[in-house]
Design a protein around this ligand. Structure first.
Ligand code: AMP
Ligand code: TRP
Length: 335
């Protein structure tokens, strides 16, 4: 049995990109033999300033959404990162293992910091070390993510290798990303070359998993396309990123192949295609939004679920992290 670990930041509302790129895979992986550990990464969230009351609400909201998507807290471990101190302790050790040069190459840091590198928090810079600690504190070997996280997974492997070499041990295993090819990168509805993101300033650029039917219909109606009719083969979409993105979304939510869908709409404009896409999207997304709102009415139950998850998570991460602390030469603390 292998162990699977993944995380999502409890900031903003999860988008269709989060769902199709990562979350639906988290749900599917529960059916396999591996142990699944899913984490609301609030330590990562505060690498950019979060209003405390909003962070609290969004952590509940993300827990509710994961449950609504089908994460089963009996089968999987679901918890919030800050509740298990192993993450921060191992991250510190990794801060002292990772090299400045490695972190300077991280494209997500460059994207997020932009021209503002002197002003962003130091946490944003060492964020990938914390992500490595999240995974390695569990000796997890499989990590379901969208493709924007692949560079961070490589870094986590570099850190593990360097730790093992520096201390002459074989303690941290190699990890493998699990990426859903077709939807590894769902794009913005306004720009087919930009990732759909919960932090985009335009709400029109994304479908939120809590959008109602009217909002979804309106966003798809306004989604950017091009003036050409739909072609009868996928190759003809190579230079048409917006059309390709909508087709990828359609296939993922309907369960049909992209070819089958194209065959139905070949030669026509985007009108009928968009109506059918809206119908498929609403059928898929709206029940998840409804269940999310239901879970959110009972915060006591959400607290209970997260507390149970925290106990299970700590039981795994604590001995592994203690052993890492022993390997680097720290004296034992209280039992
Ligand atoms: P984040 O929103 O950055 O906390 O990401 C949570 C998970 O969703 C990660 O596994 C990301 O790779 C994935 N993800 C985020 N945005 C997209 C997107 N537009 N397409 C596919 N996967 C995504
Ligand atoms: N960095 C990831 C993101 O922004 C979230 C994350 C944090 C994560 N720790 C993780 C994902 C560990 C996988 C494994 O999407």
């Amino acid at each position: 049995m292998a162990r699977i670990f993944s995380g999502i930041q409890p900031t903003g509302i999860a988008t269709l990109g989060n769902y199709l790129g990562a979350l639906r895979n988290w749900v599917a992986l529960q059916q396999g033999a591996d142990e699944c550990i899913y984490c609301l990464v609030d330590l990562h969230a505060i690498t950019t300033f979060q209003d405390p009351a909003t962070l609290r609400e969004q952590t509940y909201a993300m827990a509710a959404l994961l449950l609504a998507c089908g994460i089963d807290p009996e089968r999987s471990v679901l918890f919030h990162q800050s509740a298990v101190s192993a993450h921060a302790r191992l991250a510190w050790i990794f801060n002292c293992v990772a090299r400045m040069g490695w972190l300077k190459r991280m494209t997500q840091f460059k994207d997020k910091a932009g021209k503002n590198q002197e002003e962003v928090s130091t946490g944003l810079f060492v964020y990938p070390n914390l992500m490595a600690a999240d995974i390695h504190a569990y000796h997890a070997t499989k990590v379901p993510v969208g493709d924007d996280q692949l560079q961070h997974i490589e870094l986590a492997n570099d850190i593990a290798e360097r730790f093992n070499r520096d201390f002459g041990v074989n303690f941290f295993p190699r990890i493998e990303p699990i990426v859903l090819k077709e939807t590894a990168r769902v794009m913005s509805l306004r720009d087919g070359n930009k990732k759909m993101s919960k932090s985009d300033t335009s709400d029109q650029s994304r479908i939120n998993m809590t959008d109602d039917a009217d909002t979804i219909a309106q966003k798809i109606r306004k989604a950017k396309t091009d003036p050409e009719p739909l072609p009868d083969n996928l190759a003809a979409l190579a230079e048409r990123p917006e059309a390709r993105n909508l087709l990828g979304i359609f296939a993922a939510v309907s369960g049909e192949s992209q070819e089958t869908i194209l065959a139905r709409f070949a030669g026509s404009g985007f009108g009928p295609f968009k109506s059918a896409l809206t119908e498929a999207l609403v059928a898929h997304v709206e029940p998840i939004g409804q269940r999310t709102r239901d879970y959110l009415t009972d915060k006591a139950e959400l607290n209970r679920i997260l507390q149970v998850g925290t106990i299970k998570a700590a039981a795994i991460a604590e001995p592994i992290t203690k052993e890492a602390e022993r390997i680097v030469g720290f004296l034992p603390g209280a039992a």
